[in-house]
Design a protein around this ligand. Structure first.
Ligand code: AMP
Ligand code: MN
Ligand code: MN
Ligand code: MN
Length: 280
């Protein structure tokens, strides 16, 4: 069993990188990719924790790609230690994110909701503050009844307090990930909001822009959809990956090493990825 999509306290997960590695060993994983949003800050800590154990630690990242409708998240898997270009771009992404966060806090305050950057920083614990942290703060203050309600009423795309942030373009993000030795993979492809020929067309264009594979296996997909995505990947000459998108207690139903339908993420996906890498 492996897991190619996980988050730590460096972004919006609840487990520190060392704890994530300990949990992975406990669960019997043979490989773990740490793929925090917009930051590489947890990778060294995870790598040190994994050193000398049987666990293979893959350096990774998850980046949102600019897009009108739907959500396009790109994973960078298997980054090398030479990733200065990617790091520089992520610093800018985090600056844009912080500016967006300040705008959202100001607008919430103007509307009479007592939220502050200090409280968000405390909830986040790392350098990346996301709308997931805003949602937790709104719930904690009794402003929203649940995380889902916080998004659907206040901060989801198109809602009153939603503020856009600057995201990388797909071609640029793929180039940065490849220059850092990683493979660009479309995360949870159904969040694009497409199906059938439109999905096929979008993934085909993504390949032309530099994408190497798709995360067919994700807990937000049904098993049938995962199988459909794996077939689509094969037809398009894209690699297939899978993971849990583990966030610890922040998304408690996600389990390390488990994906759609509670299935184990098979080791074989890592071999397929390595083959694809050798062939590129
Ligand atoms: P940000 O990158 O700061 O704009 O925040 C995006 C993050 O918010 C995503 O990575 C999700 O973790 C979370 N998110 C977005 N929409 C929802 C939703 N409807 N319900 C729960 N979490 C969401
Ligand atoms: Mn997340
Ligand atoms: Mn995602
Ligand atoms: Mn994720």
């Amino acid at each position: 069993m492996i897991d190619l999509h996980t988050h730590s306290t460096a972004s919006d997960g609840s487990c520190a990188p060392e704890r994530l590695v300990a949990l992975a060993l406990e669960a019997g994983l043979t490989a773990l990719a740490l793929t925090d949003h917009d930051t590489l800050a947890g990778i060294e800590r995870a790598r040190e924790a994994a050193a000398g154990t049987g666990l293979r630690l893959l350096a990774g990242v998850e980046i949102e790609i600019a897009r009108e409708a739907g959500e396009f998240h790109l994973l960078g898997l298997g980054l090398s230690d030479r990733r200065d270009g990617l790091e520089a771009a992520l610093i800018q992404v985090r600056v844009d994110r912080n500016v967006r966060n300040l705008r959202m806090v100001a607008r919430l305050q103007e509307a009479g909701f007592p939220v502050s950057m200090e409280e968000l920083r405390e909830i986040a614990g790392g350098e990346v503050i996301s709308r997931a942290h805003f949602a937790r703060l709104l719930v904690r203050k009794g402003i929203a009844g649940s995380i889902g309600a916080a998004f659907s009423r206040f901060i989801g795309k198109g809602k009153e307090f939603y503020e856009p942030r600057t995201c990388l373009a797909l071609g640029e993000a793929c180039a940065l990930i490849r220059a850092s030795g990683g493979l660009p993979i479309v995360a949870h492809p159904l969040s694009l909001g497409l199906r059938g020929p439109a999905l096929r067309q979008e993934l085909s264009s993504a390949k032309a822009a530099g994408v190497a594979g798709i995360e067919a296996w994700h807990p937000n997909h049904s098993v049938k959809d995962c199988q459909m995505l794996a077939r689509l990947a094969r037809a398009l000459g894209l690699a297939v990956t899978g993971g849990s998108d583990f966030h610890g207690s922040n998304i408690p139903q996600r389990k390390l090493g488990r994906t759609a339908g509670g299935r184990e993420v098979p080791d074989g996906l890592l071999d397929a990825l390595a083959l694809h890498r050798a062939a590129r």
